[in-house]
Design a protein around this ligand. Structure first.
Ligand code: AMP
Length: 418
């Protein structure tokens, strides 16, 4: 397999798929540029070698061209971070893109307009939900057919392909996976960010130092079933926390008041507990909760046993006894995966549990554990509590990371590896 370090980009045009899907405020200012910064090492290496760059990205979920989702809003910031005046093509297809990519000289950078302005990027038609089934099928077929030409055109701009967009690696889109087939094995590779992500996931899945503890939080069991199922084959301890606590507690016969609960998942929760027992996995659940008399930061609060929550109250975070139990398990671990908060961490009065989990992970990491934090809200937690430097790796991928840990092959990774 080719690697970015080995490859000499001198005189070469590289199509680099990045994830510049950054949040913008109402004046189109970037409110968090983490994703742009994350791709800089890759972009800088190509320029330092004497190559030129064609940057491809998506922004938001447009259904066709829309000013709101234009990548023109980020040109200035990317130029500043890169230290190069980034050129822009108003359309990723058409004459302008063809001419500008053809004219690109070593050291120059061209940003293409949002790839998702074309339905071909995702291979899904922009079609109204109320379209008939026949209309939907015909539109889907048409997009699939034109997707080949779209992908081929993108590939034609460059001599080599670099995928540095881990955030979309779980999607078989034109620019994230399909395009790779137009380059031979020596001319396609991961960028540095993607390499780091793949390495971190491999460590969690295949190079496990024990005990291995996964902390799964978040709101719903239904969105975490597959990952929990796969983790039962890997971990020694599985801490199930966040809103999921109450589905498990109710399934075991506890009183949970108004706490979030998926009543149709009670049997499933019991099944998971049974499966864990059969596999010798230690499931760790909360014993106490910080309860509130309304779903609000200003609610009255108190602590109580997790299975004795009064009727009008709801659990919005774990309690101190649980914090201690979780911390002990975490600190004794050598491999740690954290996904999802222990409570409604968006409310300052219910952050304590998530912070204590984060701090325990930092301590375990200091003592030699490998810790991976990823998947949406747990990254927000780590940032909120400023703990990022204390963990081994903070993944930039939400859905992609979770699918990788579920044991799925990610198309964006497979396309480079094969
Ligand atoms: P997820 O996207 O599934 O990882 O869930 C994250 C969300 O779960 C966050 O927005 C939390 O506020 C929410 N959450 C965590 N614990 C609770 C809880 N006890 N009650 C309601 N929501 C919760």
């Amino acid at each position: 397999m080719q690697t970015i370090d080995k490859f000499n980009f001198a005189g070469k045009k590289a199509f680099v798929r990045v994830d510049f899907n950054v949040p913008l405020d109402e004046n189109f200012n970037i409110t968090d540029d983490t994703r742009i910064r994350a791709a800089l090492p890759t972009l800088k290496k190509i320029l330092a070698d004497g190559g030129s760059i064609i940057i491809g990205s998506h922004l938001g979920r447009p259904k066709g061209p829309a000013d709101k989702f234009s990548l023109k809003h980020i040109i200035k910031h990317v130029s500043e971070l890169l230290g190069v005046d980034v050129q822009f093509a108003n359309d990723c297809m058409g004459n302008e893109a063809a001419e500008k990519t053809a004219a690109l000289k070593p050291g120059e950078v061209l940003l293409l307009e949002n790839l998702r302005f074309y339905a071909e990027e995702q291979g899904k038609p922009f079609i109204a939900n109320d379209a008939s089934d026949e209309e939907k099928a015909a539109a889907k077929k048409a997009v699939k057919e034109s997707q080949k030409a779209f992908t081929k055109k993108l590939a034609s701009y460059a001599d080599c392909y670099v995928n540095d967009a881990f955030g979309t690696a779980h999607r078989a889109h034109a620019s994230t996976a399909l395009i790779a087939s137009y380059f031979d094995v020596d001319h396609k590779m991961f960028g540095y960010l993607m390499e780091k992500e793949v390495k971190a996931v491999n460590k969690i899945l295949n190079d496990i130092h024990r005990p291995f503890t996964a902390i799964m939080g978040g709101s719903k069991v239904s969105s975490k079933i597959e990952i929990i199922d796969n983790l039962l084959n890997k971990v020694d301890n599985l801490i199930i926390t966040g809103g999921m606590t109450y589905t498990f507690t109710k399934a075991k016969g506890g009183k949970i008041g108004l706490s979030i609960c998926e009543d149709d998942k009670l049997d499933l929760a019991l099944d998971l507990l049974k499966k864990a027992k059969e596999k010798g996995v230690n499931i760790v659940l909360a014993v106490d909760a910080k309860i509130a008399d309304s779903f609000s930061n200003d609610a009255h609060t108190r602590f109580c046993a997790v299975n004795e929550i009064p009727d009008e109250w709801e659990g919005l975070d774990i309690g101190p006894k649980t914090e201690e139990i979780f911390a002990k398990v975490i600190k004794e671990s050598k491999t740690i995966l954290w996904n999802g908060p222990t409570g409604v961490f968006e409310f300052d009065n219910f952050t304590h549990g998530s912070r204590s989990v984060g701090e325990a992970i930092v301590e375990a990491t200091k003592n030699g554990a490998f810790s991976l934090v990823g998947g949406g809200d747990s990254v927000a937690c780590v940032n909120k509590f400023n703990l990022g430097k204390g963990v081994s790796y903070v993944s930039t991928g939400g859905g992609a990371l979770l699918e990788a840990i579920e044991g799925k092959v990610l198309p964006g990774i497979a396309a480079i590896e094969k």
